[in-house]
Design a protein around this ligand. Structure first.
Ligand code: NAP
Length: 278
């Protein structure tokens, strides 16, 4: 392996996105992404809470920014379709699949409906949006010669099983694996894929999940997570954003991404040998 290869998997100079879709933009890390994106980027913001979304829109438009809203529940097919339509209509070249939830408590203590909703939002919605939006994003990026971007929200919980958040942590492990494999598949295409894996971040997430312990010590500001993620897009495939000991996960994340890239090259080689040998 070339020296430094792991760390410079897909370095590409990026211009400001023209138009970005952010799911879960009504608060927390999604709202922070909206604030952190360059002023010239048109924003398509989604969530279920119309009042909170409108507040974000009013504040950003007062700064001269262009913002459109889609009120939608991403656990429902209609909601996903509305978001996909709005993103296509806005010709997005950056998708930030950020909306996510967890249900704190032991597996049997929480209802199966809560668990299935977590899977619907954290996984099914991301797969549906990504599958629908990637072809248009790729075509536009080829024509404009500006790489598109896809940011998928993982978590440091993607790397470790988390009792009392068993389903949530498993969805994040899925998201990490999906993101790494997708990034490897899209290697030659003008689309940068980044899985962002934050540690504890000061948002309403824990409260909504039912965790009553307050913010964990060392919890980060969502603005820091958003800023670091946007900075890492196109430079690496997985970003660990951690203040604490979780930072040691970054080399493991880079190795996993490099492994996926190697596997893809192996599969391509094997397919071309098979073709050549008839
Ligand atoms: N906070 C942390 O410590 C932490 C750490 C690692 C990773 N993460 C990940 O970061 C992402 C953002 O989390 P956060 O901390 O910002 O959480 P948050 O403050 O609870 O925000 C969650 C966002 O998701 C949206 N959402 C929830 N259910 C939805 C649904 N059914 N349909 C559409 N949108 C829905 C919410 O909007 P509405 O309520 O308006 O629908 C909200 O905007 C999640 O993927 C989370 O797993 C968070």
């Amino acid at each position: 392996m070339r020296k430094g290869h792991v760390m410079t998997i897909c370095k590409r100079k990026r211009k400001a996105p023209t138009s970005a879709l952010i799911t879960g933009a009504s608060r927390g890390i999604g709202e922070a992404f909206a604030r952190a994106l360059p002023r010239e980027t048109h924003l398509v913001l989604t969530g279920r809470d119309a009042a909170s979304l409108a507040n974000v829109q009013i504040e950003l438009e007062a700064q001269g920014r262009s913002v459109s809203l889609v009120e939608a529940d991403l656990t429902e097919a209609d909601g996903r379709a509305a978001v996909i339509d709005a993103a296509e209509a806005a010709s997005v070249d950056l998708v930030i699949a950020n909306a996510g939830m967890g249900s704190y408590g032991s597996f049997l203590e929480r209802s199966v409906e809560d668990h299935l909703k977590t899977v619907e939002l954290n996984l099914s919605a991301v797969i549906a949006l990504t599958h629908a939006l990637l072809p248009g994003m790729t075509d536009r990026a080829r024509t404009s010669k500006r790489p598109a971007g896809l940011i998928l929200m993982g978590s440091s919980a993607a790397f470790v099983p988390v009792p009392k958040l068993a389903v949530y942590a498993a969805t994040k492990a899925f998201m990490l694996s999906f993101s790494e494999a997708l990034a490897a598949e899209l290697g030659p295409e003008p689309v940068d894929v980044l899985c962002v894996c934050p540690g504890a971040t000061r948002t309403g997430f824990g409260r909504t999940a039912g965790f009553s312990g307050g913010d964990l010590p060392g919890a980060m500001d969502p603005a820091e997570v958003a800023r670091k993620a946007l900075d890492a897009l196109g430079k690496r495939r997985t970003l660990i954003v951690e203040k604490g000991p979780g930072r040691v996960l970054q080399p493991a994340a880079d190795l996993r991404a490099a492994f996926a890239g190697g596997l893809k090259r192996g599969l391509d080689l094997s397919a071309s040998l098979q073709r050549r040998n008839g």
